[in-house]
Design a protein around this ligand. Sequence first.
Ligand SMILES: Cc1cc2nc3c(=O)[nH]c(=O)nc-3n(C[C@H](O)[C@H](O)[C@H](O)COP(=O)(O)O)c2cc1C
Length: 265
Amino acid sequence: MKYKRSDIYWFSGTGNSLLAAKMIKGVFEEEGLEVELHQMMLTDPKKVKGKSLLGLAFPVAEQGTYPFVWDFIKALPRSKGRKVFMVDTMMMFSGGIVGPVKKILDAKGYKTVGAKELKMPNNLYPKKIDPGKNDQTVVKAMKEAEEFAHAVLDGSAKWGRIPVLSDGMGYFSQADWTWNLLGKHYKMEIKKKECIKCGICEKLCPTGNIKVKKYPVMGDKCKYCMRCYSYCPRGVFHKEGKGRYKAVKVGELLGDLSERKQEKE
Ligand SMILES: Cc1cc2nc3c(=O)[nH]c(=O)nc-3n(C[C@H](O)[C@H](O)[C@H](O)COP(=O)(O)O)c2cc1C
């Protein structure tokens, strides 16, 4: 099958998944496709229509992914055979994402042409940031992303599914209680006095959980994607003894969030 166009929808906490999406975009463009990247958080999934090759790129979280990424995938419209691929990035292991996402998309009528999981640096409160080691990890992952992109185009990519096991593992990251429980462990310490009210955290938060008043006030919708923690210019979202990982500059994640409302309308 010769593709003409691909639309890739991405979410990325700290840039790893965005790097993967960009690598795939680059390969597709070299191969003559027209490609557009779209932020999941700026997109109404119900309006994701068309016949182009659909791409999904996002991080692994709690063996699966963030609830808002699940929501996006589950809300995609039904399709008559639109081809779709997915790529996720993770520190080590998932288990509950590739199979469950395939099940959802198969049931909606998509044709699932390939899934790839890429090992990337850990962004969840890393104890220590080792730039040399992280660079090596990213270079290796980008090579795999490049190969995967070619495999998607030449039809050799695979998207497997282990029934029951992966569905079971996929359950955790979709359950509210998992995140409520983890909240105690992952909670950040807000250094109120450090806040300069730049509003970056509020703009970046995918769940609209942060309101900057005299300092950032968090509601109860945090899913610990690490955006505010990693990108606050003053390190307000502190975690004692932990480093802050970021793979891209904040501007690449922000895109034009001023268009956020407009696109959702
Ligand atoms: C809340 C949270 C949960 C995570 N859970 C997993 C996990 O279950 N397995 C894993 O291998 N990595 C896990 N990670 C690590 C990330 O998947 C990994 O660093 C990813 O590449 C981050 O991508 P991003 O920069 O696009 O957000 C987790 C990270 C966070 C913040």
